[in-house]
Design a protein around this ligand. Structure first.
Ligand code: F6P
Length: 558
């Protein structure tokens, strides 16, 4: 782990030399640093020169990665070694986009074959839904497709659907329900006709409270609609919402089969819910929830953008997987992104990292990366259970530019906290209207320049700024950023972008020696919520919490 690696004291020593140098100094002393600290991979250009590091520090970071055994760890992941120690699982999301179809055999099973079988089923299903062959129970065309899921079973599909909306079938009404708050369900189905609606219940475990509650409500909504009457089922009680009042189980199952699809690893629970195996698209426990977009969890995305575009996205993921696996560390984009993040976090102690996409289509990218990065690397013990004595995951947050500029950029420019930020932009826009794109990108370039170089009191004075305003107008600069500049937002480049972040998370996890693939921290809250639900619903009599929690529950019940 980080502090036991011999490159760590070297980095500390280098840090003590560089910490007082500003980005202005660094660029002045090395006018070619822009070219030196940047890399092109296919259509992706990464410029990391606006970070406070020089060749000496960069070399030490690479040494740190070597010492942590990064190359061997990458190999182990790609070979299907059980690197998720606390859950005793392999980590093989890379196999989901193994376009070359090199055979990966895990526990005697050729998983490539299984993966491509599921992909073929997804292709057939999405095509039959898009061309109207697959209809609802009453024979009506499915117009609304709603993904019910949360966390990795929601954020990947919703982020990628928003990102690739340009490529989607605009005839389909694509929606997402994630929150257990009934408002999410009510507002999402508002105005929709059940006969024309398909629910995709996405849950790796098929036990997640939010998803199962929403799925059950969706089942009630479908079974309570006009459909049972068309099926000759008598509603015993007029307009009741209770599905158990709907007679004839077989008919109910037929209705469910035409309006519900499951995406899961848990066939038993799927069947218990009433969805038959043939309506389930499986995936596997070697695919973590937050790494599952390329699995069956991507079904709604495939329905929206079509199989060919989905396949393009997989190819984009694969290109970065192959780059990560084979490129030397000093030319390896995800390695560099991971190391720069470590540098800012563990040496400068900058505790957050902003993600600022200059593309409206990427509006859910920050939320997606919050789960990817913070659920993966928000850990306090190593993979062997020893407490760490250094910082792990930064806090990830962000908003698309230019909106963020008019909200929180004030703090980023002049606040007391320094926020390293990733600026993501595209050379070509998908919606060329007037000079919008030129203006958008002018802002993209201007912000990283202002963050890096700021404005001094002397410069302000020379401009004739009133003396008393000078302290308010000084821009300290010296704020680190990465610029990721991509040719165009396509399914392929989106896959590449996501894979860059996935692998950069891996790099950081390896250097910290933590398990980036478990998430035990989410369990306690789930257990307590179950217990409290019993109390709120009056099943368990006594409340044995602390005085604050007891009081809050009592107030709620008053
Ligand atoms: O609570 C966290 C979590 O387990 C995530 O890791 C996961 O993506 C999410 O819940 C949803 O889980 P599932 O897909 O099993 O419903």
């Amino acid at each position: 782990m980080l502090t036991r690696l011999s490159s760590h004291p070297k980095l500390l020593e280098y840090f003590s030399k560089v910490k007082d140098k500003s980005l202005r100094d660094l660029f002045a002393s090395d006018p070619a640093r822009g070219e030196k600290f940047s890399l092109q991979f296919e259509s992706i250009f990464l410029d990391f020169s606006k970070n406070r590091i020089e060749s000496e520090g960069f070399e030490s970071l690479l040494a740190l990665a070597n010492e942590a055994g990064l190359k061997q760890k990458i190999k182990a992941m790609f070979l299907g070694t059980k690197i998720n120690l606390s859950e005793n699982r392999a980590v093989l999301h890379v196999a989901l986009r193994n376009a070359a179809h090199e055979s990966i055999v895990l526990g005697g099973v050729n998983i490539d074959e299984e993966i491509s079988n599921v992909l073929t089923r997804m292709k057939n299903f999405s095509e039959s839904l898009r061309n109207g062959e697959f209809t609802g129970f009453t024979g009506k065309k499915i117009k609304n497709v709603i993904n019910i899921g949360i966390g990795g079973s929601d954020l990947g599909p919703v982020m990628a659907y928003e990102a690739l909306k340009f490529y989607s079938d605009r005839e389909l009404n694509i929606k997402f329900i994630s929150n257990i708050d009934g408002t999410d369900f009510a507002e999402t189905v508002r105005g929709l006709i059940p006969e024309e609606t398909l629910f995709i219940v996405a849950s790796k475990t098929f036990t997640t409270q939010e998803t199962m509650t929403n799925a059950q409500t969706a089942k009630n909504w479908i079974l309570h609609s006009v459909i049972p009457a068309e099926a000759g089922i008598q509603l015993t009680d007029g307009n009741t919402w209770l599905p158990e009042r709907v007679g004839d189980d077989d008919k109910k199952n037929e209705i469910v089969a035409k309006h519900f699809i499951a995406l899961s690893t848990n066939l038993e629970e799927v069947e218990k819910f009433g969805i038959k195996g043939e309506n389930m698209f499986p995936f596997w426990d070697f695919v973590g929830g937050r790494y599952s977009l390329c699995s069956a969890i991507g079904l709604l995305l495939m329905i929206a953008i079509g199989y060919e575009n989905f396949e393009e996205m997989l190819k984009g993921f694969h290109s970065v997987d192959a780059h990560f696996e084979t490129a030397p560390l000093n030319e390896n984009l995800p390695v560099i992104m991971g190391l720069i993040s470590i540098w800012n976090n563990n040496y400068f102690n900058f505790s957050t990292q902003a993600i600022i996409p200059y593309d409206q289509y990427l509006l859910r990218l920050p939320a997606y990366l919050q789960q990817l990065i913070m659920e993966s690397n928000g850990k306090s013990v190593t993979e062997n259970g020893e407490p760490v004595d250094f910082q792990t995951s930064p806090i990830i947050w962000g908003e698309p530019g230019t909106n963020g500029q008019h909200a929180f950029f004030q703090l980023m420019h002049q606040g007391t906290k320094i926020v390293p930020a990733d600026f993501i932009g595209f050379k070509e826009t998908l919606n060329p209207i007037g000079d919008h794109h030129q203006k958008l990108m002018a802002n993209y370039f201007a912000q990283t320049e202002a963050l890096a170089f700021g404005k001094t009191a002397e410069e302000l004075k020379a401009e004739g700024v009133e003396e008393k305003l000078i302290p308010h107008k000084v821009m300290p600069g010296n704020r680190p950023t990465n610029s990721i500049l991509i040719d165009k937002l396509t399914p392929y480049s989106l896959g590449q972008l996501i894979a860059l972040y996935e692998h950069s998370v891996f790099v950081q996890g390896v250097i910290w020696g933590i398990d980036s693939f478990d998430q035990w921290g989410v369990e306690l809250g789930k257990i307590l919520a179950k217990k409290i639900l019993g109390e709120i619903e009056g099943e368990s009599a006594e409340m044995k919490h602390d005085s604050s929690t007891n009081q809050l529950i009592k107030k709620f019940l008053e």
